[in-house]
Design a protein around this ligand. Structure first.
Ligand SMILES: [Zn+2]
Length: 249
């Protein structure tokens, strides 16, 4: 009997000793909030390409890095698996999802149509404030064209977010954002081609012009074309993916 109590007692003591003072026993609610925070952080690392497709998410290393236990981390993995960013491979654990090329091409095709639909709705529904906002972001994007890639990527993302908001839709805007996020790891490679960055400016301008003219059809066509990966862009993407995947063998 004594022997049964002792390990329990010493285990408790060691937990108290090892845990940092500012990590109290989290109630259920707090634990899920922590999991959500970790999920957000991991999603950012995946979307930004810091964690590459196919990379293993080492539970022990990540728990140590975030200074959390494995429970919220596993919850975060589940959430990420639900949004398609992470793949659970049974005993082997969690991995950054790898999207196969045929599926990725499909995703870009759908993305193109959704982007077009957002612009089409924006041409019909955008408020004067929303139209002015698109212009304002566009001016900033033009300014950062010659500066660093990160800034260009960020402002470009802001433009597309504003476009989805200007569509004044709920489901469409939400789904477009979600899909964009999912393909963004791959999209980055194309966005950063110098020629692509310059072309983006003109293409965004055509979208804005169509929206300002209330021309829904032109808004659809210009936005869909802008996101569609044609010929050279597709070749760039395929080359980038091959390089990306061989990085993490
Ligand atoms: Zn764009």
């Amino acid at each position: 009997m004594r022997k049964k109590i002792e390990p329990g007692a010493s285990e408790k003591a060691s937990v108290v000793a090892v845990k940092p003072p500012k990590a109290p026993k989290a109630p259920r609610e707090k634990a899920s909030t922590l999991a959500e925070e970790v999920q957000e952080t991991l999603a950012d690392l995946i979307v930004s390409g810091a964690l590459k497709p196919g990379a293993r998410l080492d539970e022990a290393a990540l728990a140590a890095r975030f200074q959390i236990s494995r429970t919220p981390l596993r919850e975060a993995f589940k959430g990420l698996a639900g949004s398609g960013l992470v793949e659970m491979r049974g005993q082997r654990g969690a991995f950054v999802a790898v999207i196969s090329l045929p599926v990725l091409i499909e995703m870009f095709q759908i993305m193109s149509v959704m982007e077009g639909l957002c612009a089409k709705h924006a041409a019909r529904r955008a408020t004067a404030v929303q139209r002015a906002q698109l212009r304002e972001i566009h001016d900033r994007l033009t300014e950062v064209l010659s500066s660093d890639h990160e800034q260009f990527y960020e402002v470009n993302r802001e433009f597309h977010d504003a476009l989805y908001a200007a569509s004044n839709t709920t489901y469409l805007a939400e789904q477009t954002r979600a899909l964009r996020r999912r393909v963004s790891i791959y999209r980055r490679h194309v966005t950063f081609q110098p020629g692509r960055m310059a072309a983006t400016i003109g293409e965004h301008l055509a979208i804005i012009d169509a929206i300002e003219r209330f021309d829904a059809e032109a808004a659809f066509a210009t936005a869909a074309d802008h996101v569609n990966l044609l010929q050279d862009d597709m070749v760039d993407l395929i080359a980038a993916i091959s390089a990306n995947h061989s990085d993490n063998t």
